[in-house]
Design a binder for this molecule. Sequence first.
Ligand SMILES: N[C@@H](CCC[C@H](N)C(=O)O)C(=O)O
Length: 262
Amino acid sequence: MEMNRVLTFYKYQGTGNDFVMIDNRDNSFPKDDIKLVAWLCDRRFGIGADGLILLEEDATMDFNMVYYNADGKEGSMCGNGGRCLVAFAKFLGVISTEAKFNAVDGVHSATIKGDIVELQMGDVTDISEKPNAYFLNTGSPHHVQLVKGLQDFDVFKEGSKLRYGVYGQKGSNINFVEPLGEGTFAVRTYERGVEDETLSCGTGVTAVAIAMHKSGKVSSDVVNIEAQGGKLQVRFSVDAKGYSNVHLKGPATQVFKGEVKC
Ligand SMILES: N[C@@H](CCC[C@H](N)C(=O)O)C(=O)O
């Protein structure tokens, strides 16, 4: 990007998972500039965010979603980011109460009412069981592991050990979960590409809900999740093939608008 450009951005957060949002319908954003994206996401030298999301024109859908992790590299699907993007699209007047958009893992539909966005996630048919964990992909890869004493658990240390030790350079997001009773679970997530704990991870929360149902820890097809940054709800249909009609619901809000020279 020419150094004298002024970039207009909006900051959004969904249960504490925060994003730099950019209206890129004019296709002017330098999409291959990893250093620029990493700088914009840097919490000391830049704006600060878990990721950066572009809203783009799409030939057949309301819009196209492009997601970057805080490391500057284009990422896999972001559930909270998708919810925030629907709120951003409504703010821009691109949609009103419903959306259908393209993302890296396919087409997503969503509804928005006030600041609550419900996003349809992809189907999940492949869930692998590990000695004390589950591994599944909900648009992003997720390791789900039950722990006791979640609030005192060293998520960074144990999460990075698993992310690199078990899943190698390609990695996985690592979710630690503790039942709270009545179909409710507390979750803390070490997020790939942020390489730290985030206050919430939408595809992670979705993975946890499905893994807890698969393991019999919850029988309901509606699961409440308490992340560090807020509450989310996951609902799904189950049949012999797996999990479909999966929806992730929760708040998504605009924090501020800004401009940055870059
Ligand atoms: N925070 C996101 C997940 C974003 C992608 C993830 N960091 C990955 O690289 O797999 C979410 O809300 O799902």
